[in-house]
Write a protein that binds this ligand. Structure first.
Ligand code: HEM
Length: 506
């Protein structure tokens, strides 16, 4: 059994039920009234707690892909792709625990699984270097190629604001005025529009991503997940004859319960960076595929789903997949859709699940988290009290791996942001982590020095030195010296004067 699926599980206990605070409950069946026929009382805490919690059981459903099902499993790497990526999860022989969630796009929770629609294909890998999510579909392309159109597209596929009904006119109006949708609409209207349950469909990462090897060399990559169950579909007539709205959910669940674990082969297409510029289709355009004649499928391994969720709400409804969950050795690409998605997913999840959604067991990475983020609703994990809560700091707690660890390094340029992607784009500019461009007289201390020497008079300078010394009350010996050095760089007189005043008071 996958360990992840047990996280958060409350051990079964005997005896009387308890309130959420643990104290025993007198009755689950009779509320307290004032006399046998009197009104309910405000002090019947169990009645109030039980109803109040029930009243809050629902959370907002996903704005898209609301109806879905999932399971835990493992990714197995059987081939050697180390010349393309250094990512820990893709190293030969590696087995990585994972969660998959499959969905329809436009339907709400409870809507029929067999409506004609694209199917979502979300994978979360709990790797030793953090969570890596591939959030794709059962088609290799998409309806649009710029994220700014996504809300319009989804509005046209969901329900009319007035009647609350789906509307063919609105759907086709959008598609036909959006010519880039033709490839995906053709897929959708074909057999892929109604797969015979989730086990019998292929999956795709769809976007172009980047892989980066140990030497820092990038390639472009597309993911393909090939069902080992055989690719099968329903016709319109067949699906209309099935009244079970949960057909795909039930099929997946029951297969896993009977030990018939579904598997998908993991394959990739690799495009050398140099090919991208002149390939006959823009390789970053999500409405296009790369021909498999040009870039054949390369086997990587397979994944198997072998553990049903132990609790649907905790582990599937609260699962938060995002294309922004990347690991070293995997990068983004100039695909505008992908870049828009990187913002949208964690944003909606902060709304749908709360600011601390990554602390939920199903979303929590299996590697340690070392972050300066703190507080917020439903904080569950926290750092030791002796840990500083800011960076840079005088303690041993680190900063980012590019930082020098001792200062905010203003003025230092770290170079291209190759952790997002190595960008050899001849049309654009590299993504950078760059300092402000320095002009002739730029320096962090120069204007503060002018303020002290040329704007303040003697009395104001003296008050300033005293105010600084006052504000230093309580600093450690180390920070005391840091403050003298800091103000010495502003103005020699000021640094010395602060030292005089502060040391005289000690
Ligand atoms: C810029 C375009 C897009 C935007 C803004 C967008 C936005 C969203 C949002 C807000 C969610 C709900 C997430 C949640 O509540 O946890 C979602 C779910 C999802 N999206 Fe997108 N999406 C976009 C394009 C795509 C594309 C191109 C694909 C596939 C190639 C895709 C596949 C999915 C899947 C599979 C889910 C369900 C995730 C799950 O299982 O929890 N989306 N999308």
């Amino acid at each position: 059994m996958t360990e992840k699926s047990n996280e958060g599980l409350i051990p079964s206990v005997d005896g009387a039920t308890t309130r959420l605070g643990g104290s025993p409950v007198a009755s689950e069946n009779h509320s307290v009234t004032s006399g046998e026929q009197g009104g309910n009382i405000l002090n019947d805490f169990q009645l109030i707690e039980k109803l109040a919690h029930f009243d809050r059981e629902r959370i907002p459903e996903r704005v898209v892909h609301a109806k879905g099902s999932g399971a835990f499993g493992e990714l197995h790497i059987t081939e050697d792709v180390t010349k393309y990526t250094k990512a820990a999860l893709f190293q030969p022989g590696t087995v990585t625990p994972m969660l998959a969630r499959f969905s329809t796009v436009a339907g709400e929770q409870g809507s029929p699984d067999l409506w004609r629609d694209v199917r979502g294909f979300s994978l979360k890998f709990y790797t030793t270097e953090g969570n890596y999510d591939i959030v794709g579909n059962n088609t290799p392309v998409f309806f649009i190629r710029d994220g700014i159109k996504f809300p319009d597209f989804i509005h046209s596929q969901k329900r009319l604001p007035g009647s609350g009904l789906r509307d063919a006119d609105m759907q086709w109006d959008f598609w036909t005025r959006t010519p880039e949708s033709a490839h995906q609409v053709t897929y959708l209207m074909g057999d892929r529009g109604i797969p015979k349950g989730f086990r019998h469909m292929d999956g795709f990462g769809s976007h172009t991503y980047q892989w980066i090897n140990e030497a820092g060399e990038p390639v472009w990559v597309k993911y393909h997940f090939k069902t080992q169950q055989g690719w099968e579909y329903f016709t319109n007539e067949e699906s209309a004859a099935i009244s079970n709205a949960d057909y795909s959910r039930q099929d997946l669940y029951e297969a896993i319960e009977r030990g018939d674990f579904p598997r998908w082969d993991v394959k990739v297409q690799i495009m050398p960076i140099a090919d991208a510029e002149d390939y006959r289709w823009n390789p970053f355009d999500l409405t296009k595929t790369w021909s498999q004649k040009d870039y054949p499928l390369i086997p990587v391994g397979y994944f198997e789903l072998n553990q049903n969720p132990r609790n649907f709400f905790a582990q599937i409804e609260q699962a938060a997949f995002s294309p922004s969950n990347l690991v070293p050795g995997v990068g983004f690409s100039p695909d505008k859709m992908l870049q828009a998605r990187g913002f949208s997913y964690p944003d909606t999840q902060r709304y749908r699940l709360g600011a601390n959604f990554e602390q939920l067991p199903v979303n929590r990475p299996v590697c340690p988290v070392n972050s300066y983020a703190q507080d917020g609703a439903a904080t569950h994990q926290f750092n030791d009290a002796d840990q500083p809560v800011y960076s840079p700091n005088r303690h041993s707690r680190a900063a980012g791996y590019l930082d020098d660890g001792t200062s905010s390094a203003s003025g230092v340029t770290y170079g291209p942001a190759t952790d997002l992607y190595v960008n050899p784009d001849p049309h654009g500019r590299d993504l950078m982590r760059a300092a402000y461009v320095h002009h002739r007289d730029d320096d962090d201390f120069i204007q503060a020095g002018i303020l002290v020497r040329e704007v303040l008079d003697d009395a104001a300078r003296e008050r300033l030195a005293n105010n600084i010394a006052d504000a230093m009350d309580g600093v450690s010996d180390q920070v005391e010296l840091q403050v003298y050095e800091y103000f010495n760089r502003v103005d020699g007189w000021l640094g010395n004067r602060v030292r005089e005043i502060f040391t005289a008071r000690k």
